[in-house]
Design a protein around this ligand. Structure first.
Ligand code: FAD
Length: 572
């Protein structure tokens, strides 16, 4: 029980699938679910609030084996990397985020085992997931401990034999909102021991371990969600993950980089599914003598901006997945990047689905058009695995530290890199993204002078602005890689290099405008500290933001939106 070195393959820095295998899995996934569930059955299950457990289990059986993508090869999996997992999660998110959540729950549940368990425990539990397709649940949240997991109250007390040797633990407490809670074969449960929060594996049927009835939820109604009750539940000492008490929060932190990437991919998939349905609908719906797809007032409000934000999120997800696959993601190293990916993709997915309802008019407000269901489903992605506000806090705090450590250079350095990229690729809007990035450095500096991060709201808004700027940078790099044909062969291929450059220019303009406007607003609005006049601070910030350049950079915006519309409607 001593070897806890991380597996060399699997979803932390994994070797990854080859392209053909990934493509085959994506295709098989779509066909398999389509064969087991058409739109009518999906709507009925949603209406009846039923999890299709048979389908969830079949997805993890020899028939499909989706779980193998997530598992290291040494435990019988296929050793998919983060990039593979993003593609699979996006595809699942397009199909049904509830079903996707049921698959995700097994991976969340097994993550503490992957990162923290002993070799024997990994072989036992990961091996059973691979071979038998058993379902896991991840039991962290409690009625009084959600975003603040540190306040958990579930306890695990050691049981000792006559010699004083610990033979097992007795767990008491309650878990809330646990995906797969009512159907899982085993759950990982976070409980307080003397040494601190600790993960335990609790098998279904263990006396005292009960699931409450399935929750009646707003969305993802195909995903089983239950409270779990633990009353004097006895587990053997072998079920303490890693064999050492007190590692639970560290183990949970270690996996956020890629678990948040998975939820980001659900947001991306759900958002794109809704938008694609809106695009198709707008081609067929004639109003005012022409299809809606020809109404600029509709496309440029309800389609293009959402498409652009989803693609910025995709660029950030792909960049982060690539870094994780290169080994950067271990021990929580890319948690902030996971948070940025999740924040950008789930917020974009949520508002894209909202807009898709509007595109459908009255029909969108009814169930059969599916976008209403997608909107309810995708909503969860801004809540679980850390709410959007917790993402803003994570990003804001981390990037504030970078700002302080580099004495204000952090974003100026990134802006210089973007200007360099612009020199090689003058059509992708990297100069405008650089303007946004320099502006953000100015906003951080003004916030430091005014000591404005004492306001939680301003710290969170800085987190938001940082995510937008970093999304713009990632999109520029993706557009450049597409033009150079150096983009990953596994990357999404929907847009040509030219369309991607256009999308990139639109997002860069939005980012620059947002940083300039919001930056001045929050700096001016921050409470003044002694000796600092916040209105004066905002005036001097405005003078450094190159506002005239930011405004001038908006030239060509409508023409670019027209070009994106032409590109998608040619493909629709
Ligand atoms: C359908 C569903 C499935 C889920 N599946 C699982 C699962 O499988 N396993 C599991 O362990 N958990 C699961 N969860 C729990 C989920 O992760 C939590 O709901 C989430 O982390 C938020 O916690 P909470 O609900 O207690 O909200 P709270 O933490 O009470 O948050 C309420 C509001 O306050 C805000 N807030 C919280 N803290 C702060 C702060 N410090 N500053 C400012 N604002 C703050 C939040 O952003 C939010 O808007 C699931 C939840 C749902 C709804």
């Amino acid at each position: 029980m001593t070897d806890t070195a991380l597996p060399t393959t699997g979803h932390i820095g994994g070797g990854g699938l080859d392209l053909d295998t990934l493509d085959l899995m994506l295709e098989a996934l779509t066909d398999f679910v389509a064969a087991g569930m058409d739109d009518d059955r999906m709507l009925q299950l949603d209406h009846d609030d039923v999890c299709p457990e048979d389908l969830v289990r079949a997805m993890q059986s020899d028939e499909l084996g989706v779980q193998l993508v997530f598992l290291p090869e040494e435990y019988g999996g296929m050793g998919g990397g983060a990039f593979d997992i993003y593609r699979v999660c996006e595809r699942m998110g397009r199909i049904d985020i509830g079903l996707a959540t049921s698959v995700l729950a097994t991976f969340l549940g097994s993550d503490p085992i992957l990162v923290g368990a002993t070799e024997e425990q990994r072989a036992e539990w990961l091996g059973r997931i691979a071979e038998q397709g058993i379902l896991f649940a991840y039991g962290a949240t409690e009625p009084e401990a959600g975003s603040d997991l540190g306040s958990l109250t579930t306890t695990a007390v050691p049981k000792k034999d006559d010699d004083g040797t610990v033979t097992g633990y007795v767990i008491n407490g309650r878990k809330q909102w646990i995906s797969n809670g009512g159907i899982a074969d085993a759950s990982t449960i976070l409980a307080l021991t003397e040494g601190g929060p600790t993960w335990f594996v609790v098998e279904r049927g263990t006396p005292g371990f009960e699931a409450a009835p399935h929750e009646d939820k707003h969305g993802i109604r195909l995903s089983n969600t239950c409270a779990l009750f633990l009353d004097d539940v006895e587990v053997p000492v072998e079920n303490l993950i890693g064999g050492v008490e007190g590692q639970g929060l560290v183990q949970a932190q270690q996996v956020f980089g890629y678990t948040r990437l998975m939820v980001a991919a659900f947001g991306l998939g759900g958002g794109w599914e809704a938008l694609d349905r809106a695009i198709t609908y707008s081609v067929n719906r004639i109003q005012g003598g022409a299809p809606l797809s020809q109404k600029q007032g509709l496309t440029h409000k309800l389609i293009i901006p959402h498409l652009v934000r989803l693609e910025a999120a995709r660029a950030y997800i792909e960049e982060t997945a690539t870094r994780i696959d290169k080994g950067e993601g271990e021990n929580g190293a890319l948690n902030t990047e996971g948070a940025i990916a999740k924040y950008l993709a789930t917020e974009a997915g949520n508002s894209a689905a909202e807009a898709a309802i509007q595109v459908h008019g009255g029909y969108g407000y009814t169930r059969p058009y599916i976008v209403e269901k997608i909107k309810r489903d995708v909503r969860i992605t801004t809540i679980y695995e850390g709410t959007s506000e917790i993402m803003e806090m994570t990003i804001g705090r981390d990037r504030w530290q970078h700002h302080l450590k580099t004495k204000g250079d952090h974003y100026h350095v990134q802006a210089a890199e973007l200007r360099h990229l612009h020199a090689a690729h003058p059509t992708i809007g990297a100069d405008v993204a650089a303007l946004a990035t320099d502006a953000l450095a100015g906003v951080f500096a003004a916030a430091q002078t005014g000591r404005l991060t004492r306001n939680q709201h301003i710290l969170f808004r800085l987190g938001e602005l940082a995510a937008v700027v970093e999304g713009a940078g990632a999109l520029c790099r993706r557009a450049a890689a597409k033009a150079d044909e150096t983009i990953s062969a596994k990357a999404d291929k929907r847009f040509s290099a030219q369309t991607l450059a256009t999308i990139c220019r639109v997002y860069a303009r939005e980012a620059a405008m947002k940083i300039a406007d919001d930056g001045v607003r929050w700096v001016a609005g921050g409470a003044a500290v002694e000796g600092v006049d916040s209105a004066e601070l905002a005036r001097s910030l405005a003078a450094t933001l190159r506002l005239d350049d930011v405004r001038a950079a908006q030239a060509g915006l409508i023409a670019d939106m027209d070009a994106i519309a032409a590109a998608i409607y040619d493909n629709a």
